[in-house]
Design a protein around this ligand. Structure first.
Ligand code: NAP
Length: 306
């Protein structure tokens, strides 16, 4: 392993948006690294091969594992257990196994059951788009974004440090967190917003008094910003809600209480309550921009139509 390169050979299982982005980012950051890939879907393998994003793309998962000192599972959360079981017999001695699943505690349990004795340093890059597949990936996806590591209790500090170095090298800011805490925080910042978007877009399209044509034509009134989230991958999000059931239900309970409070304020004509609430949410948006998590460009930086 050359200096500054935390791993010599990385194997990526699942070559969709996240797996293919890691491949592209690692290739750019670590020119000498050996990258192997595997995807259960032969069509995805063929497309990833055509894109040339990894050095080796064998049809046999065991061949992809050969000599890998880091294996990252980039499959939907519901497929993590199967993927971990598939790599188990083929792991090189001392290999570190990680994943990028959007829910951490249930995935950690599945990985531990399938991979006893293996060093586990799970991760969740807080970066993505609503698109899927190897063509959707890009090398700068993780630049300036947080990547949360949730190492197993028995993972040596040195292993966590190497995985942290890998993510820093491809541009991410790294934080270490307990898996259960991650699931509660992400329920609030990612999972609930997606659930609301899925609901909103479904509701607007089912309104009988408003036509679908009107919904699409006047979407810039707010609806359009929900549609980006609501276009996210159905498999991924089904799995996230099934896996992070506890975290999502806890935050959803709070949300429904707050929504009922706003409903009461509207019914009662309580403008002061509405104004106070909206002032606090505006301050949160400004803090996000201040922290560099988004730009202040109007309309989320979308270019106006020519
Ligand atoms: P994706 O684009 O759909 O890619 C997943 C790939 O894994 C697909 O090609 C899929 O094939 C393949 N696959 C499924 N089961 C497999 C298995 N057992 N072995 C090998 N390959 C398998 O999904 P993604 O957006 O990259 O998401 C991957 C992971 O990243 C998920 O756990 C998700 O929670 C997490 N994540 C996603 C985002 C995001 O914004 N998308 C952000 C952060 C983290 P098929 O399509 O044929 O099933």
């Amino acid at each position: 392993m050359s200096e500054g390169v935390p791993f010599a050979r990385v194997a990526l299982v699942g070559l969709g948006l996240i797996g293919s982005s890691i491949a592209r980012a690692a290739r750019a950051a670590y020119p000498g690294i050996a990258l192997a890939g595997f995807d259960l879907d032969a069509d995805v393998r063929a497309r990833a091969a055509a894109l040339g994003i990894v050095d080796a793309l064998p049809a046999d998962i065991g061949d992809a594992m050969a000599g890998a000192d880091l294996v990252i599972l980039c499959v939907p959360v519901g497929a993590m257990a199967a993927a971990a079981a598939a790599i188990a017999p083929h792991l090189a001695a001392g290999a570190i196994v990680s994943d990028v699943g959007s829910a951490k505690a249930p995935v950690a349990e599945a990985l531990r059951a399938a991979l006893p004795g293996v060093t586990l340093v799970p991760a969740h890059p807080i970066a993505g788009t609503e698109n899927s597949g190897p063509e959707a990936g890009f090398a700068t996806l993780f630049r300036g974004r947080w990547c949360i590591l949730t190492p197993a209790a028995d993972a040596p500090g040195e292993a966590t440090a190497r995985v942290a170095a890998f993510w820093s090298g491809i541009g991410a800011k790294v934080e270490v967190m307990d898996a259960a805490r991650h699931d509660l925080v992400l329920a609030a910042t990612s999972h609930l917003p997606h659930l609301i978007a899925f609901t909103m877009v479904g509701t607007a399209s089912h309104l009988e008094a408003v036509t679908e044509g009107e919904v699409i034509k006047y979407s810039a009134g707010g609806f359009r910003d929900f549609t980006r989230l609501a276009a996210s991958d159905p498999t991924m999000w089904r799995d996230v809600f099934l896996a992070n059931r506890e975290g999502v239900l806890e935050v959803l309970d709070r949300f429904l209480g707050d929504l009922a409070g706003l409903e009461r304020a509207i019914r009662a004509g309580d403008g002061e309550a509405l104004f106070d609430w909206f002032s606090r949410t505006r301050a949160i948006r400004r803090a996000i921009v201040y922290e560099g998590q988004d730009t202040a460009a109007p309309d989320f930086g979308r270019a106006p139509a020519a």
